[in-house]
Design a protein around this ligand. Structure first.
Ligand code: NDP
Length: 289
């Protein structure tokens, strides 16, 4: 392996140490403990793991975490009424509804119902618009995690060619805005993109977020490129793999993120930051944050 490893666990530990200190300082100034409400509907096993991780991470940095586990049969009306209650609750600062939702509930109407001031996932249209306008209130968690990893390793983005593979609302699109804000020249590819390898080979920074195990091979990477793998794919043998063929790519890249232990762990770290920001907004007002 010639590439340097971008160690998400180490970066995350350093950032969480800082968040722990910031939470303690906020509590001593305000007398308020930041609190995150996590709503999970149904019994998707992957969601259960994510929710448990978020809960543990909150407790470790001094954030209160309240879980609402609703049955698979919950109606949209019932979920909206819980969100309304949480919107009004002054002791709750961040609200997160774990996706995916059961079929009878429209994701859009749920995400729109969360108060934009408590929207720690940054999925509400108002927050999406603010990200696009370059004036984010909350940074979207996974894209923010990618930016934090690059910054930690002093990897420059200014004037660099960045290629993002994947254009989802959760990863690809918001990452486009953050990379553009960091002065990269950004190309976003998707399933209709022609000559994908030709485009990815132009990238100084290549970000894979397409959800296809080991899809990005060495032939798609420019020698010396920084390769960030957002993908988390479950293989038939139960193991996890990213969207990048790690062994091949690490022979040609200058930096690379592993899966697991790369971007994934940063996502929860950014959620903790957003929850603290939401609590600061609630207590001191938006202008003071
Ligand atoms: P989506 O399925 O919502 O989006 C996938 C995107 O990749 C789409 O834009 C799709 O194009 C594009 N795509 C799919 N196949 C190809 C292909 N063969 N060539 C080019 N583009 C392609 O996925 P998400 O964005 O939600 O997630 C992507 C990956 O990241 C998944 O593995 C997911 O598990 C992981 N993930 C990891 C997170 C973390 O914390 N690290 C958080 C969120 C996601 P089109 O739009 O044309 O369909």
């Amino acid at each position: 392996m010639t590439a340097k490893l971008i160690d998400g666990k180490a970066v995350s530990a350093a950032v969480r140490e800082k968040i722990t200190a910031d939470v303690a300082s906020f509590i001593s100034k305000s007398g308020v403990t930041p609190a995150l409400a996590v709503v999970v509907v149904g019994s998707d096993p992957a969601s259960a793991v994510y929710v448990r991780n978020k809960h543990k991470a909150c407790l470790a940095v001094g954030i209160r975490s309240i879980e609402y586990a609703l049955s698979e049969e919950t109606t949209e009306e019932e979920l909206l009424s819980l969100i309304e209650k949480l919107n009004r609750d002054d002791t709750v600062h961040g609200i997160l509804v774990q996706l995916p939702l059961p079929k009878q509930i429209r994701e859009d109407s749920v995400l729109r119902a969360i108060s934009p001031l408590k929207d720690v996932d940054a999925f509400h249209p108002e927050n999406v618009g603010r990200i696009a306008a370059g004036k984010p209130r909350f940074l979207p968690c996974t894209p923010a995690g990618v930016m934090e990893l690059l910054a930690y390793y002093d990897i420059p983005t200014d004037g660099k060619e960045c290629v993002i593979v994947g254009r989802s609302n959760i990863v690809g699109k918001p990452l486009f805005h953050l990379m553009l804000g960091a002065n990269a020249t950004v190309t976003v590819c998707h399933s209709h993109t022609k000559n994908l390898a030709e485009i990815t080979r132009r990238a100084d920074i290549l970000i894979a977020a397409l959800g296809r195990a080991r899809f990005i091979g060495a032939d798609m990477i420019k020698p010396g490129a920084v390769v960030v793998d957002v993908g988390i794919n479950r293989l038939p043998d139960g193991k996890l793999a990213g969207d990048v063929d790690f062994d091949a790519a690490s022979e040609i890249a200058s930096y690379i993120t592993p899966v697991p232990g790369g971007v994934g762990v940063m996502t929860v770290t950014e959620l903790l930051k957003n929850t603290l920001t939401a609590a600061k907004i609630a207590v001191f007002g938006e202008d003071a944050v």
